[in-house]
Design a protein around this ligand. Structure first.
Ligand SMILES: [Zn+2]
Length: 552
């Protein structure tokens, strides 16, 4: 009897220890966002890869596909990148163009009830909270320019996604440790100087030094604005998304507290907007290779959660289209052979054709796309108003279309993929998840629930709300007992506040407060909203004024 009892105890202990081993706390979170990737793009990418590499039957994300996510903006079912990833980051859906900012209420249309008193309040993001509360390093990897909506959603706050003069400085001042992506021209000299003063290495179009660097803090930007599509990329000048992901993980792993990394396949979305099927599919494959890097790290590391989720659908992409006769009987060669011979994006093909003489045009198109131009197509190209090397004179081309329009139509006509629109679509998006603990995140969920899952991985639960209430308080509440005024300095609003002991000067979109003319750094950014003439800033600043001392 005693033997059996001992055996049972041993079994219980073993079971307990294995449960414990599985459920040890999560240290790192990697969020992978293929922007605007509808599920049909994943299907096409898998077929394309199987056609070209029969030995690779799966995408890297395939073993982890596990559910769907409902994604929307606060007052409409179809969202743009700004409010959709904002919701993943903050737990609140928002309006079109809003970056990690609470939306104004739209009663009757709001999908969840919104509090009108909170309109335009910046909302702490999951990434900011992970740094502030858990001391995590943070990283952003993307192929658009850095203040573009999705990376901005993680580390900036603005009701206007297009206002880079607000968003770019916030991203620079928000303590992100590793940033790799596009936007060299947008990093102004003062912003670069600030990063370098903070001990961050900055590499601009400098792939060799970027590759050699092994420190903990880095901004590496390539190309003036967005990086090239993967199909057009020169690997000697621009790293792949997979390489960038590998690099970010390598650098961020140096923090013993762990890290949060967001990787965006930014231009899946752009290729969908352009209805450019070959580029769309190859962008998704490049993104999937980055997923492979993330999953490999997570499986080895055992303390890392990976979530793969698009922010919204785009373009109503389909394998098969009514424009092709008997399209449902097409072979894999007919569907995926023709598209595999296209070796450039439509944008890049236009640039290349602009520099190609008319007598070489047919040959060049064949070389770059495998397409044999019809006489009609050739004539249409000759008529393009921006094809200066045409056989036709400028006058004869005056009424012609632009090359991009004709080139896109030719590429589309020689393949059999469908597009219902050149904009976003409102269907739910796919979800893939790796979670080393016993319970992963499976099934159908909403964008808000995805944020709650992310919070729970790092035990943050209600901390995002409490941080928002500490770090983004209206200036007239924080400084109710003090004399304050907003002055205009070179078209920038500056908040001046005085007590008997102290004078504060506060410039928005930075983390710097001038105290009696000396700069002091905060661990969060200060946001000014012109719509309501309000600064949003940390509550503790009133304690500084009150005591005459600077403390966190
Ligand atoms: Zn998007």
């Amino acid at each position: 009897m005693k033997k059996i009892a001992n055996l049972l105890l041993l079994l219980l202990l073993l079971a307990g220890s294995s449960l414990f081993a599985q459920d040890k706390p999560i240290k790192n979170v990697i969020l992978m966002i293929p922007d605007g990737a509808s599920l049909s793009v994943v299907s096409a990418a898998r077929w394309y890869q199987r056609y070209n590499h029969p030995e690779i039957s799966q995408l890297n994300m395939d073993p982890y596909l596990c559910g769907t996510i409902l994604t929307y903006s606060s007052n409409a079912p179809i969202g743009d990148s700004a409010p959709t990833t904002s919701c993943y980051m903050t737990g609140y859906p928002s309006r079109a163009g809003f970056v990690a900012t609470y939306p104004p209420a739209d009663p009757g249309n709001d999908i969840l009830p919104m509090d009108p008193d909170r309109a335009y309040q910046p909302l702490i993001t999951f990434m900011e909270a992970a740094r502030l509360v858990r001391g995590k390093s943070t990283g952003l990897v993307f192929t658009c320019e850095f203040p573009h909506a999705t990376p901005a959603d993680c580390a900036a706050h603005s009701y206007d996604r297009d206002n880079y003069s607000w968003i770019a400085p916030q991203m620079v001042h928000n303590g992100v440790d590793v940033v790799i992506g596009g936007g060299v021209k947008i990093l102004t000299p003062p912003l670069k100087e600030y990063l370098e003063k903070e001990g961050c290495r900055v590499f601009l179009n400098d792939i060799e030094n970027y590759r050699a660097y092994s420190g903990a803090k880095m901004w590496a930007l390539f190309k003036d604005k967005d990086m090239s599509y993967d199909i057009d990329r020169d690997p000697a000048k621009e790293p792949s998304l997979a390489e960038m992901t590998q690099k970010a993980i390598q650098l961020l792993s140096k923090n013993k507290n762990g890290f949060v990394l967001m990787v965006e396949g930014s231009k899946v979305d752009w290729a969908a907007h352009a209805n450019d099927a070959a580029t769309l599919i190859t962008e998704l494959i490049a993104f999937d290779k980055a997923c492979g890097v993330a999953f490999d790290f997570a499986k080895e590391n055992e303390e890392t959660v990976v979530v793969v989720v698009p922010d919204h659908g785009n373009s109503g992409f389909s394998i098969g289209s009514k424009k092709c006769a008997k399209y449902s009987q097409l072979t894999k060669e007919e569907l995926f052979g023709s598209i595999s011979r296209i070796k450039v994006s439509a944008d890049n093909l236009v640039e290349k054709l602009k520099n190609t003489n008319a007598f070489r045009l047919k040959e060049a198109v064949m070389e770059l796309t495998g397409i044999s131009l019809t006489d009609n197509e050739f004539t249409e190209l000759m008529l393009c108003s921006d094809y200066d090397r045409s056989f036709l004179s400028e006058g004869e081309r005056m009424q012609g279309s632009k090359l991009i329009k004709v080139v896109s139509k030719i590429l589309d006509d020689h393949t059999c993929f469908g597009f219902t629109t050149a904009g976003h679509t409102g269907e739910e998006v796919f979800l893939a998840n790796y979670d080393p603990r016993s319970n992963g995140f499976i099934g159908h969920h909403t964008n808000v629930e995805l944020n709650h899952y992310l919070r729970q991985t790092l035990d943050l639960d209600t901390r995002l709300e409490s941080l928002t209430n500490e770090y983004f308080v209206k200036h007239y509440e924080v400084f109710a007992n003090y004399a304050y005024t907003i002055v205009n300095r070179n078209n920038v609003p500056v908040l001046e506040v005085k007590s008997k002991k102290m004078k504060l000067e506060i410039t928005p979109n930075t983390n710097i407060v001038k105290v009696n003319n000396q700069d002091h750094k905060l661990n969060s950014v200060i946001v000014y909203v012109d719509k309501n003439n309000t600064f949003y800033l940390p509550r503790f600043l009133s304690n500084w004024l009150n005591s005459g001392k600077i403390f966190p």
